[in-house]
Design a protein around this ligand. Structure first.
Ligand code: DX5
Ligand code: ZN
Length: 218
């Protein structure tokens, strides 16, 4: 049985108490800390930027998993590398030279991920999946936390799993949006390796327990 990795999304934390949220993640069974960067252009919302990531980096002991929901994300690869992030995830829809930037992210020593919006078919990754470390399946339309899981995402997770097996890729499948205790088992059974959870962790009465329950849901 492969253990599922849990990546709490800081977007749902109380921004007046970010240090507490990061400490909670440090001391929990969470595997990664997921950071959502939004520019108000690629998605209709603005989240937080470099000063916040820099502060979080000083406290966080878990790998920082940065999900760039910004236009031309390649403009900021160097900056996030300098901030010490471990995984950099670019959207397929936002970058026209993914191959070049995946190589560049690797050259800098980071893991590279590619995210797909709900309308983007999995097979667009056919010629890059063998090079990447993470396939991020968006199971909501990116931009906001707290939205409902789109059931069709389960098909996409299965397709991604097939593609990964067929191509011999080592990529992990990460699923982002609307993940909760009710749907987590199905998502893992469909092939997910990593679950992102925002509201269902940070809006829970006991976030550490919410992380524990997600991790041991099967
Ligand atoms: C949405 C972000 C997600 C978000 C998930 O655009 O990419 O990472 O924080 O939040 P929940 O788990 O509340 O759907
Ligand atoms: Zn995200």
């Amino acid at each position: 049985d492969r253990p599922v990795l849990i990546a709490p999304s800081l977007l749902a934390a109380d921004f007046l108490h970010l240090a507490e949220a990061v400490e909670l993640v440090n001391q929990s069974e969470a595997d990664w800390l997921h950071l959502d960067i939004m520019d108000g252009m690629f998605v209709p919302n603005i989240s937080f930027g470099m000063p916040v990531v820099e502060s979080v980096a000083r406290l966080c002991h878990k790998p920082m998993d940065v999900h760039l929901m910004i236009v031309q994300p390649e403009r900021y690869i160097d900056v996030f590398h300098q901030l010490g992030v471990h995984h950099l995830i670019l959207h397929y829809e936002a970058s026209v030279h993914l191959h070049r930037y995946v190589e560049y992210i690797h050259q800098l020593g980071m893991q590279a991920g590619v995210a797909l919006n709900p309308h983007t078919p999995v097979n667009v990754l056919k010629d890059i999946v063998h090079l990447i470390d993470i396939v991020l399946i968006m199971s909501v339309n990116p931009g906001f936390g707290g939205q409902a899981f789109i059931p069709h995402s389960l098909h996409k997770i299965r397709e991604a799993k097939e593609l990964i097996l067929k191509t011999g890729s080592a990529a992990k499948i990460e699923v982002d949006g609307g993940v909760d205790l009710q749907n987590a088992a199905q998502i893992i059974q469909a092939g997910a390796d990593v679950l992102v959870a925002g509201s269902n962790v940070f809006r829970a009465a006991d976030p550490a327990r919410a992380i524990h329950l997600l991790k041991h849901v099967l």
